[in-house]
Each structure stands twice: as C-alpha cells, then as structure tokens.
Design a protein around this ligand. Structure first.
Ligand code: PMP
Length: 458
C-alpha cells in the first residue's frame, strides 16, 4: 500500500468511522493504526511493520491468521448457500452439523445450542432463557441474576447490565432491572491482606450474603467467566469456584458460564468450565468458535434447562437473522475440526501453557512487576510503583497505557486494562514464539520504567 493510499484511508476513517470503546475526538486528533494483513501470530500495518499479536485479535484468533482451510470453507459455503435463516422450521447443513459438534465437545449434560451472531447476543439469550426457565418451572419470582463487579459480558443493553463495568453502566442507562453484582475474585488488587485461599472463600461468602439479602427463592442465576478476561485476566484463587458451586447448588441457583474468551482451548481445555469442573447449566460462546474469521456465537444449554424450554415452553420468542448463519457455521465447523485434528487444545494444556507459565512468572523479577500470572494461554502483568506493597502508580501517569504504546513501538500487541498488561495469544503460538513474546515484553517494560522515571515517577 502506498503512503498516500494509507493517508487517504486514515482520513476516511477519521471523518466517518466511529470506533468501539473509543474517545472519538481523541482518535480523530491522533489517527488510527491501519492494519492491512496478517499471518500466523503476526499482524502487519500499512507501512509493512510486523507485530506479534499477543491478543489474538480480540481474544479470538485461536488458530492464528491466514488459515487457507477456513477461507476455503467460507468460499465453498458462500457458493453453495451463503445465507438462509433458521426460523420457520428451517435449518441448513453447517448449522445442524455445528450444533452436534459443539454439543459433542461440551460436557455430557449439554446437548443443545442456540446460535447467535456474537458473545453479547449469547448473554442476552442466556438471560432470557434463565428467566423463562424459572417461569415455566412455576417459580416466576425467581428472577434475580447475580453478576460480578468489573465483569464483561458484552455491549448490548443486557450484556452491559450483566457485566459490572461501571463506566459502561454510567452511560446509556438504565440497566436491565433485576441484575445485581458482587465482588470479583481479584486477589492482587483486593485480597492481599489474606491468603488467596482465604480470599476465594470470602468472595463466595459475598455470594451467599447477596443471596440471603435478595431471598434465595428470588435468585435465578449467577453469571461469570471462569477467568475474567477484559477485567484484567483475573485468575480466581483455587478455592473460589468450589466454594461458589457449593453456594449455588445449596440454593438451587442456575450457573451461566460466559465462555466467550475461555472457550475453545484458552485454558488448555475445550471449555474453561471443564478446567474448573463447573458443570454449568448454560454456557455462552463466541470468538474462538470461528477463530474470529466470521462472527458467530451461541448458548450451549444443559439438559435441565433445555428439557423445560422444549417440553413446556411453547414458542421461545427470541432469535436473530444470523442465528445459524450457514457460512459462519461452516467456518466454525472447519475451525473446530482443525483444532481437534491438530491437537491444539492438548498442546496448550501440555506444552505451551506450562511453557508460558514458567517464563511469564519470571517477569515478576522485573522491578515494575508486582505479579505475573497465567493459566493456559491467558496472562497478566501487574505494573506497580512499589513491588513490596504492590501499589499501583498514580493514575495520571498512565503506566499501563504507556506500556501498551511502547509495546506497539517494539512490535508487540499487548493490551492494557488500567495498569494491568494482558496477553491472550493465538493458541498456535510455539515455544520459540513465546520466547520472542517474552523478550519483547521485557524490552517494553524496561523502556516503560525509563519513561515513567523521566516523568517523575518514583
Ligand atoms: N463475554 C465476554 C467474556 C467477552 O470477553 C466478550 C467480548 N470481549 C463478550 C462477552 C461480548 O462478545 P461480543 O463482542 O462478540 O459481543
């Protein structure tokens, strides 16, 4: 691409394109990065600069870029039947096959799927299913849904309401009624005055307390990610999930697990729910389902809820134009076939996950890093001002954002959430490429420390 072509595109972008999660004015002043190509775990900009994409796009390009098999699957399906809907007693071959394949990968008690176009739509669907389920069960007052602070479940109104992102909820409200949030299991920021083990239980106690406050017969479901992604790659203490499960089962409250990030291998199992043995009633999926090549999501529905919705529900007044989109489904199907054939999930569990864990943990020796945590191929670094106390820098110094921009300068895409740096690389990353990632991250941290010092940080 010539520089003038690139400049022209950036001008179009500035004048017409409102980007997601963006300060429109600030981006207009700065201008966008223009990404024009990608291959494997690398992306390339208009000037031909390559970046190691340690975020797999937006936590989704699990098989990496440039997989011809996925292009071919899309192309074949586009020629055969690009689109048809699943309304009015109609189906199509890839959607039916994908439904069966997905249920085959899910835990045994999950045998149905409702397709959506995205993760947000999946969580909207889960919310409606849960409330409908209890109404059909003759307990229409069981309607409250409990989520967690700082959780992300999407950007539709229901997704935003289920999530616990305060800046989102401050805009465009009011939220969907009947949703409440409890504290998150973020040991580094909120629990360091006790052991992770004790903190996990304290967080589960918060669930118990909220249920008691609402009335156990009024609580329909708890929704959570196995590992919080957008909140800061927050890996809960080992004690957390067993304690949460015990509370939910004691009060007969459904568990909705948001697998939009953790699903399809991220934690070294097909689903994060398998890693933590969660046996969820519903799982929302998207992103890695198609490795992000085409948009598709869904809700995997366990037998308990499915039976009631099917046997007693009559028509479920809900669905999307792109539910079961044939071309998206064909790509997802091929993506899952490739992942299974190439043993991608096992590779994460046995080889690259442990390899990353070992080398990532070593970054804790860096003077800027208070904690380096990872599980499978998701990881986070806590940038701190004081290593011993684990305190973050003054917000005005924008340490995380500074580090993110330096990463770009060095050829690495790493995301910042406040002062937490996050990675979620393509699952096909090799050990040598993990070495490269760590070397780039280390260089970026060194430079971040220098720039923060120059700004007067102590
Ligand atoms: N849930 C989680 C856990 C997510 O990370 C995301 C997207 N980042 C969503 C839901 C929403 O998915 P989408 O953007 O496809 O609507």
């Amino acid at each position: 691409m010539t520089p003038s072509d690139a400049a022209g595109l950036k001008a179009l972008d500035r004048d017409h394109y409102l980007h997601p999660f963006t300060d429109f004015k600030a981006l207009g002043d700065e201008g966008s990065r223009l990404i024009t190509a990608a291959d494997g775990i690398y992306i390339e900009d208009d000037g031909g600069r390559r970046f190691l994409d340690a975020m797999a796009g937006l936590w989704c390009v699990n098989l990496g870029y440039g997989r011809q098999e996925l292009v071919d699957a899309a192309s074949r399906q586009l020629q055969q039947l690009p689109y048809y809907n699943s309304f009015f007693k109609t189906t199509n071959p890839p959607a039916a096959e994908l439904a069966e394949t997905l249920c085959g990968l899910a835990p045994d008690h999950i045998n149905r799927v409702f397709f959506t176009g995205s993760g947000s739509e999946a969580n909207d669907t889960a919310l409606r299913m849960v409330r409908r389920y209890w109404a059909l069960e003759g307990q229409p007052e069981k309607q409250w849904i409990i989520g967690r602070d700082n959780a992300y479940h999407g950007s539709t109104v229901a997704g935003m309401s289920l999530g616990g992102m305060a800046p989102m909820q401050a805009q465009g409200g009011p939220c969907v009624p009947g949703i409440t949030h409890i504290r998150q299991p973020y040991w580094f920021d909120e629990g360091r005055d006790m052991s992770p083990e004790a903190f996990g239980k304290v967080c589960a106690d918060a669930l118990e307390a909220r249920i008691q406050a609402l009335g156990p017969d009024k609580v329909a479901a708890f929704i959570a990610e196995p590992v919080q992604g957008a909140g800061g790659a927050i890996i809960p203490p080992e004690s957390y999930w067993p304690a949460i499960k015990e509370v939910l089962s004691r009060h007969d409250i459904l568990l909705v697990v948001d697998e939009v990030i953790c699903g399809f291998g991220r934690l070294g199992e097909w689903f994060g729910s398998v890693h933590y043995d969660l046996a969820p009633d519903l799982m929302s999926v998207a992103k890695g389902l198609s490795s992000g090549y085409l948009p598709i999501g869904g809700v995997l529905v366990g037998d308990r809820v499915a039976r009631t919705l099917i046997d007693d529900g009559g028509e479920f007044h809900h669905g999307f134009t792109y539910s079961g989109h044939p071309t998206c489904a064909a790509v997802a199907l091929e993506n899952l076939r490739l992942m299974a054939a190439e043993g991608v999930v096992e590779q994460v569990r046995r080889v690259t996950g442990p390899y990353l864990a070992k080398h990532w943990k070593a970054l804790e020796r860096h003077p800027l890093i208070g904690e380096a945590r990872s599980l499978g191929l998701i990881g986070a670094l806590e940038i701190v001002a004081d290593k011993a106390a684990g305190t973050h820098f003054d917000k005005t110094l924008k340490a995380g954002e500074t580090c993110r921009e330096i990463c770009f300068e060095f050829g690495l895409v790493m995301r910042s959430v406040g002062d937490t740096m996050i990675i979620s690389p393509p699952l096909v990353i090799t050990e040598a490429q993990i070495d490269e990632l760590i070397a780039l991250a280390t260089a970026a941290l060194d430079e971040t420390a220098r720039r923060l010092q120059a700004r007067g940080a102590t």
